[in-house]
Ligand binder design. Structure first.
Ligand SMILES: Nc1nc2c(ncn2[C@@H]2O[C@H](COP(=O)(O)OP(=O)(O)O)[C@@H](O)[C@H]2O)c(=O)[nH]1
Ligand SMILES: [Mg+2]
Length: 390
C-alpha cells in the first residue's frame, strides 16, 4: 500500500522527515451493546481495503456511505481476517443464546410459543440445546428454522421492543440453517453479527500510510473498551495522549432499558455519558465523532415502537416518523449535549460537532467513519506527530 502523503510530498520535492511518523490513539467509547467492538473489528480487520478504496478513487472525502456499484458487499469468507472456527463457534453460541432468550421472553410476556404438539416438541428440543459447545446436527437446524417460522414465535419476536434480545437475533435466526451446517464458513457479515460482552481494554494497531496527510509509517491504535457501567471505571487508564474519540450510540436505544439498571433508558444513558465525555478535561482538545449505529434496524424498530413526543421532546409529526427524520432527531439530541458540554468555548482546540449514522455490520458504512477519522487525524498531523512520537 503506497503512502499517498509520501508520494504527494515527494512530488512536491519535499522531504518526508522520519520523525513525522505518528501513532494516533483512537478511543472507541460508549455504553454496552451499542456496537463499539463491531466497529473496532471492522476498521481494524479491513483497514487495508478501506484505505485502498479511499486512496484508489481519488479520495472520496465526502464522508458519505454512498450506494454505487462499488458499495455492494458480496459475501466473503472471513478466514483471511480471523480464525473462522472460533467465529463459527461464537456465532453458534450466539444463535442458541438467542433462541433461549426468545423462550424466556415468551415466559416473561406470558405468551404461548406453540399451538400444537409438534410446536411443543420443537420448544422442548431447543430448550435442551447447550449454548456452550453446541455441535449442531441437521435435525437441530431444521427444528430451529421451523420454530422461527412458527407464528407464535414470530408474535413473541414482534414484541421484542419489550424484551432484551440480542441485536443480531433476527439475523442469526434467519441464517440458522447455514450456521448449523457442518461446512459453515462465516462471511465478513456473519462475523460482524457475532457478539461477546467486552471486558477490559483491547487495543488494535495498524499502519495507515498516508492518513489524510500524515507521514508514511503512521499507525492508528484503536482502543476498544467494555461499555457496561462496571467496566467504565477502567476507562481513565486509557485517557492519555488520545488523538480522536469515536463515541458510539445505537439508534435503536430509545425504547430500551439499560441491562445493568432496568429503570434507566438506554438513550438517556448514551446522552448523559456523551455529555460527560464531551465535557471531560481529558478531551478538551480532542475531536470527538458520534457514530450512531444500527441504522439498518431503525425502520423496523420505528414500526414496533413509534417515536412519540415523549421521546426526548420529539416535536415532529409523530404519526409519520421515517428513518431520516428519526436519525436527525437523535443527531440533534447529541448535538445539543455537545453544545452544552463545549459551547461557548473558543480557541484552536475547538472542534465542530460531527456525527454519522451507520450500519456497523456493513463495511461500506464503516468507510464513512474511517474517512472522518483519517481527515481528523490528518488535520493536525504535523503537530500530532511531534506530540505523539515524543
Ligand atoms: N444490525 C446491526 N447490528 C449491529 C450494529 N452494530 C452492532 N451490532 C450488533 O450489536 C451487538 C452488540 O455489538 P458489540 O459491538 O458487541 O457492542 P459493544 O458492547 O458496544 O462492543 C452485536 O450482536 C453486533 O453484531 C449495526 O450497526 N447493525
Ligand atoms: Mg464490546
Amino acid at each position: 500500500m503506497g503512502s499517498r502523503a509520501t508520494r504527494e510530498a515527494e512530488s512536491k520535492g519535499e522531504e518526508v522527515p522520519e520523525g513525522r511518523a505518528a501513532s494516533h490513539k483512537v478511543l472507541i467509547l460508549g455504553a454496552g451493546g451499542v456496537g463499539k467492538t463491531t466497529l473496532c473489528r471492522q476498521i481494524a480487520d479491513h483497514h487495508d481495503e478501506l484505505l485502498d478504496e479511499a486512496d484508489g478513487d481519488g479520495g472520496r472525502g465526502d464522508g458519505g456511505s454512498g450506494g454505487g456499484a462499488n458499495d455492494a458487499m458480496a459475501p466473503r469468507r472471513a478466514s483471511w481476517f480471523f480464525d473462522s472456527n472460533a467465529v463459527a463457534a461464537l456465532l453458534r453460541r450466539n444463535l442458541v443464546e438467542c433462541v433461549h432468550a426468545l423462550l424466556a421472553g415468551a415466559d416473561e410476556l406470558g405468551m404461548p410459543l406453540s399451538s400444537d404438539d409438534a410446536g411443543r416438541a420443537r420448544v422442548e428440543h431447543v430448550r435442551s440445546l447447550p449454548a456452550d459447545g453446541w455441535r449442531p446436527g441437521n435435525e437441530d437446524a431444521d427444528v430451529i428454522a421451523a420454530l422461527w417460522s412458527d407464528p407464535c414465535v414470530q408474535a413473541v419476536y414482534a414484541r421484542r421492543g419489550a424484551l432484551s434480545l440480542s441485536t443480531s437475533c433476527g439475523y442469526l435466526l434467519d441464517n440458522a440453517q447455514r450456521l448449523a451446517s457442518p461446512t459453515f464458513e462465516p462471511t465478513v457479515e456473519d462475523a460482524a453479527h457475532s457478539s461477546r460482552p467486552s471486558t477490559g481494554i483491547v487495543e488494535r494497531s495498524f499502519a495507515v500510510g498516508g492518513a489524510g496527510g500524515a507521514a508514511a509509517g503512521s499507525t492508528i491504535r484503536l482502543v476498544d473498551v467494555g461499555g457496561r457501567r462496571n467496566e467504565r471505571k477502567k476507562w481513565t487508564h486509557c485517557f492519555e495522549d488520545v488523538g480522536a474519540v469515536l463515541y458510539a450510540a445505537s439508534l435503536t436505544d430509545y425504547d430500551q432499558a439499560l441491562e445493568e439498571a432496568a429503570d434507566v433508558n438506554r438513550l438517556k444513558e448514551d446522552l448523559d455519558l456523551f455529555e460527560e465525555i464531551a465535557g471531560s478535561r481529558w478531551f478538551s482538545d480532542v475531536p470527538v465523532c458520534v457514530v450512531l449505529t444500527k441504522r439498518d434496524l431503525l425502520g423496523d424498530r420505528l414500526r414496533v415502537s413509534p417515536l412519540s413526543p415523549k421521546d426526548g421532546g420529539y416535536k415532529g409529526d409523530s404519526d409519520a416518523v421515517g428513518v431520516p427524520d428519526a436519525v436527525e432527531h437523535f443527531r440533534s439530541m447529541f448535538a445539543e449535549r455537545w453544545e452544552r458540554a463545549r459551547g461557548g468555548r473558543t480557541g484552536a482546540g475547538d472542534h465542530d460537532f460531527e456525527s454519522c449514522a451507520i450500519d456497523a455490520t456493513r463495511l461500506d458504512d464503516v468507510r464513512s467513519v474511517f474517512e472522518v477519522l483519517r481527515a481528523r487525524l490528518g488535520a493536525g498531523s504535523a503537530a500530532d506527530g511531534a506530540k505523539s512520537t515524543a
